[in-house]
Design a protein around this ligand. Structure first.
Ligand SMILES: [Zn+2]
Length: 554
């Protein structure tokens, strides 16, 4: 049965019924048949793709009415549990005045059952620069929330929200009561804040389930049919719980985000099957085989590892050299574990921001080839944010994956040149140079962002950023380092088959092609016939996963 679910719970039955999508403008991603106007789905797969006005018979038909139809988006980098927590809980990233704060708290209390904690929020992240700014017009505000603004609104919801840099927290009356703290304004700092945060009760299974459902709905709404997730391990139980109830409406590729998990992964068989065509462990809905690790910090906090000091450096060198976050600067131990993971069949994805961090990882890849033998590793540089000029040639012919989030460009250009100067920015988010160097781009969103920025799941923001390199307000006019812009088709490929390639699933998904999973999305705006600014307002009309409609816009 084909079932539309909209915003409600999905009920899906396994079925081999056929569905015909006809009268569309189908971009398939398949170079042998790039465009089509109808697609026949049988069961969970695409069975035929064609052009012309003669259609095969089907149990059910959907008239696409000429709309652009694409392979479902595969987001190579999300933090699903955080996204769910933010959607169901409170988001204060863009809040820096009383009225907005009061509103956001009010909305949140309406969503959450009585007694539920309202935590985090990360207020003030866009205080210095507004969202959408390219770096001019720095604000001079220093806004702070106070409990008096919200005590009356929150008689039944304990609140302990934090500032984006986690230096301050603000608790309401009943949270202060629970914590046994007296404070007129509710502002907590230092050890008091640290200890208060530790006392917040752990989320219940029900709350995590509700958060996950909310996040899944959001994926479906924005045409995303697979996410590559790095949530804490307890989320796997929730995905399986939903899968058992036929309610997992987005496919999940799950990576533990701690290198020490590799032993557990090997025990559980969460490894890549390195046959002739390597493939991940798991089934069509939940796959495993990759571990995520970190080699440096972030540029915003000046903890990303560069060869040369920050342009606006005010701190000691040992700070900006970054730490191997998991191994407190112990590179030999870090390398040893990466070699172990690799020899145990695990694919590696490592966060690397600074040019030196990326360079060291390319050295690690050389070592893996030497020690464990050459193979199609698809080693993943997570963010690959700044690459040194001399390192681009090291990408050729190696199937290295740049797991990149184009929307970061539009957000980070606010302060990038201030941090690392104009010269080094030439190698920043250098998607065109990476592509030309033979690197495989795998696009994603980094949803819901860091504690300093919000990154939407909507892949059209990523396409817009990769194609224009402008802020959402269209600045700068010619794009930020415009020579790194890439074409729309390249960008869509990076967000579909590129991401599938990153998890060894390019034979299964990422194109609208006979035999592939029927993961498809329909957009109300023709991206090929409109200016990029229009993409930011586009809406998805259908999202189909495994032949079933999991979202239909009303
Ligand atoms: Zn991330």
């Amino acid at each position: 049965m084909l079932t539309a679910c909209g915003n409600s719970t999905v009920t899906t039955e396994t079925s081999t019924e056929s569905v015909l999508l006809f009268n569309g403008k189908v971009w398939t991603g398949n170079d042998a048949q790039p465009w089509a106007n109808w697609v026949l789905l049988e069961g969970d797969k695409v069975s035929k793709v064609g052009s012309g006005n003669v259609y095969p018979a089907a149990d059910q038909q959907i008239d696409l009415k000429g709309r652009l139809t694409l392979p479902g988006f595969n987001d190579s980098h999300v933090h699903f549990s955080q996204a769910g927590a933010l959607l169901l809980g409170i988001n204060l990233l863009d809040v820096n005045d009383d009225a907005a704060f009061i509103n956001r708290v009010k909305e949140t209390t309406e969503r959450l059952p009585l007694g539920s904690w309202i935590t985090r929020g990360d207020w003030g992240a866009y205080e210095a620069w507004n969202m959408g700014s390219e770096g001019s017009n720095r604000n001079q505000q220093d806004w702070q929330p106070r409990r008096t603004l919200i005590d009356d609104l929150t008689p039944d919801h304990p609140v302990l929200v934090t500032k984006y840099d986690r230096t301050e927290g603000m608790a309401n009356a009943i949270a202060l009561d629970y914590l046994g703290i007296e404070s007129k304004d509710g502002i907590l700092k230092g050890d008091i804040l640290t200890s208060a945060l530790r006392q917040i009760p752990e989320s219940s299974f029900e709350r995590k389930l509700a958060e996950s459902k909310r996040a899944l709905e959001e994926c479906a709404k924005w045409g995303v049919t697979t996410v590559q997730d790095m949530s804490p391990l307890d989320r796997v139980d929730i995905y399986k719980y939903l899968q058992d109830r036929d309610s997992l409406i987005t496919r999940i590729n799950f990576s533990p985000s701690r290198l020490s998990e590799i032993y557990n992964m090997m025990n559980q068989g969460w490894v890549i099957d390195w046959g002739e065509n390597p493939s991940p462990a798991g089934d069509d809905y939940i796959t495993f085989g990759t571990v995520k690790s970190h080699i440096d910090g972030i540029m915003g906090g000046r903890t990303a590892r560069f060869f040369e000091p920050y342009a606006d450096n005010t701190i000691e060198n040992y700070m900006w050299r970054g730490g191997w976050r998991e191994f407190s600067k112990n590179l030999p131990e870090f390398k040893k574990m990466l070699i172990q993971a690799d020899s145990g069949g695990i694919q590696l994805r490592v966060h690397a921001i600074g040019d030196e961090a990326n360079s060291i990882l390319l050295d690690v890849l050389d070592t893996l080839d030497q020690v464990n033998g050459a193979k199609d590793r698809r080693f993943r540089l997570v963010h690959a944010q700044v690459i040194a000029e001399q390192d681009f040639e090291r990408f050729a012919g190696r199937n290295i994956i740049a797991e990149v989030q184009p929307y970061h460009v539009t957000d980070d250009m606010r302060w990038m040149e201030e941090r690392i100067g104009h010269e080094r920015c030439k190698g920043a988010y250098a998607f065109k140079t990476l592509e030309d160097a033979g690197c495989q781009l795998a696009f994603g969103s980094d949803w819901p962002g860091t504690n300093a920025s919000y990154y939407p799941i909507n892949p059209l923001y990523g396409l817009y950023a990769a194609v224009t390199r402008q802020t959402v307000n269209g600045l700068p006019e010619e794009g930020w380092f415009p020579e790194q812009r890439i074409g729309l088709e390249s960008a869509i490929k990076a967000y579909t088959q590129g991401s599938a390639f990153a998890t060894f699933e390019e034979d299964v998904k990422g194109q609208i092609k006979e035999g592939m999973l029927a993961d498809i999305t329909v957009i109300d705006t023709d991206l090929f016939e409109t200016e990029p600014a229009a993409w930011l307002k586009a809406r998805f009309d259908y999202t189909i996963v495994g032949g079933k409609v999991v979202y239909e816009r009303k």
